[in-house]
Design a protein around this ligand. Structure first.
Ligand SMILES: [Zn+2]
Length: 237
């Protein structure tokens, strides 16, 4: 019921919205640019400005059909009030760079090693992906890092597309994101395409060109057997 503005415009830093519901520091808006925790990307932080003041957003999450903005202290807000949201752009942009970097990494791992992603998380200072992959070892890391930075330097466009479920299921590349596990009532899938390289079903926010990612460094690797390998990356500022 909340229009999710970040799904089509990840560069939106400010927006106007109306309060749908407010109760004990939990705010629901008719539209929002605040990203909720999910898909390995942390929620945004920021501020909400209203007639009588402002409040800090300390948590954003999905609960059933709603997207909840949790604020730091009780505010005089009620249904119908007009507010302005401002997201912490520095933090969000860092998450966007990391998210696109992880897609570059998982794309290389899938195309070159048939590796399947089993988990992942973005932090403020690093990000990680876990893989299920047979033939991959420490010796391969240098090649992967080199390839990742080549894709960054090539400046590939990163595009957001929406595809019907039926169309999406036919794309072989998307099988690894377990598109077949998406409930049948989901009619449209959001895809993140790194032009000429990789497409994944995804709900996160991304930079619009791989150049914006910056230099990728593989900072950590652990091999706990063929079904459990972890790669961590750090982005240089
Ligand atoms: Zn993603």
């Amino acid at each position: 019921m909340t229009e999710l503005l970040y799904l089509t415009d990840s560069y939106l830093k400010e927006f106007d919205a109306k309060v749908i519901e407010y109760q004990s520091r939990k705010l629901i808006l008719d539209r929002t640019a605040f990203y909720p925790s999910g898909g390995g990307q942390p929620h945004d932080l920021g501020e909400i400005y209203y007639t009588k003041g402002k409040a800090s957003i300390i948590k954003v999450y999905k609960a059933k059909e709603s997207l909840i903005h949790e604020i730091d202290e009780d505010a005089e807000l009620k249904r119908g009030d007009e507010v302005k949201g401002v997201i912490d752009w520095e933090l969000r942009y860092l998450y966007m760079r990391y998210h696109t970097a992880l897609h570059i990494l998982s794309g290389i791992m899938y195309h070159s090693y048939r590796a399947l992603v089993t988990g992942g998380q973005i932090y403020k200072d690093r990000a990680r992906l876990d893989f299920d992959v047979q033939k991959f070892d420490r010796e391969d890391l240098e090649k992967v890092e080199e390839e990742a930075n080549r894709i960054v330097k090539e400046g590939k466009a990163v595009k957001i597309k929406f595809l019907s479920r039926e169309e999406a299921i036919k794309l072989e590349d998307l099988i690894r994101t377990k598109v077949n596990l998406i409930p049948a009532d989901v009619k449209s899938l959001r895809l993140v395409e790194i032009e000429g390289f990789d497409t994944q079903a995804d709900g996160g926010t991304h930079v619009k060109n791989t150049k914006e990612v910056g230099k990728i460094k593989i900072s950590y690797f652990i091999n706990k057997g063929k079904h459990n390998k972890r790669i961590e990356i750090v982005l240089e500022p």
